[in-house]
Design a protein around this ligand. Structure first.
Ligand SMILES: Nc1ncnc2c1ncn2[C@@H]1O[C@H](COP(=O)(O)OP(=O)(O)OP(=O)(O)O)[C@@H](O)[C@H]1O
Length: 150
């Protein structure tokens, strides 16, 4: 079975605030599989590609300053429906509109400090994985698979 994949990134505020483990834990608890993980200081070049569709927005310069303010944790998670479910785990783009129980609903307030990124479609997930994980990801058959999927 080829499972869906998504690109999840803990942004610099999430790293600085010590929420990397908490964010990973929520994806692990759900049953999704971690297949890519790295800690890096993103360049403007990669961020300009990642956020290309937002380049004309008034908040774009601030977004670049925020995203280059420190290291990020880049991850690829795999599982049934993981793109949509990942966005549910993250919460709304605006944290004040996010319900308690979501990452943004529980841990942040401002849209420009919303802790994490999650791909918004299967197509964009694959583009983002290709951008951030040029070296590829791990291929591993977990033994717990039959306890998570029927
Ligand atoms: N009005 C805004 N003011 C400041 N920053 C914003 C604003 N809107 C979006 N952003 C920032 O740009 C990021 C990307 O915006 P987008 O509209 O693609 O939302 P998203 O897909 O929910 O977020 P992400 O791609 O980070 O998961 C947001 O997560 C947020 O950090």
């Amino acid at each position: 079975m080829t499972l869906e994949r998504t690109y999840i990134m803990v942004k610099p505020d999430g790293v600085e605030r010590g929420l990397v483990g908490e964010i990973i834990k929520r994806f692990e608890n759900k049953g999704f599989q971690l297949v890519g993980l790295k800690f890096l200081s993103p360049t403007r070049t990669i961020l300009e590609k990642h956020y290309a569709d937002l380049s004309s927005k008034p908040f774009f310069p601030g977004l670049m300053t925020y995203m280059t303010s420190g290291p990020v944790v880049a991850m690829v998670w795999s599982g049934k429906g993981v793109v949509k479910a990942g966005r549910v785990l993250l919460g709304e783009t605006n944290p004040l509109a996010s319900l308690p129980g979501t990452i943004r609903g529980d841990f942040c307030i401002d849209v420009g400090r919303n802790l994490c990124h999650g791909s918004d479609s299967v197509e964009n997930a694959e583009k983002e994985i290709a951008l951030w994980f040029t070296e590829g990801v791990v291929s591993h058959n977990r033994v717990v698979e039959r306890l998570i999927y029927e």
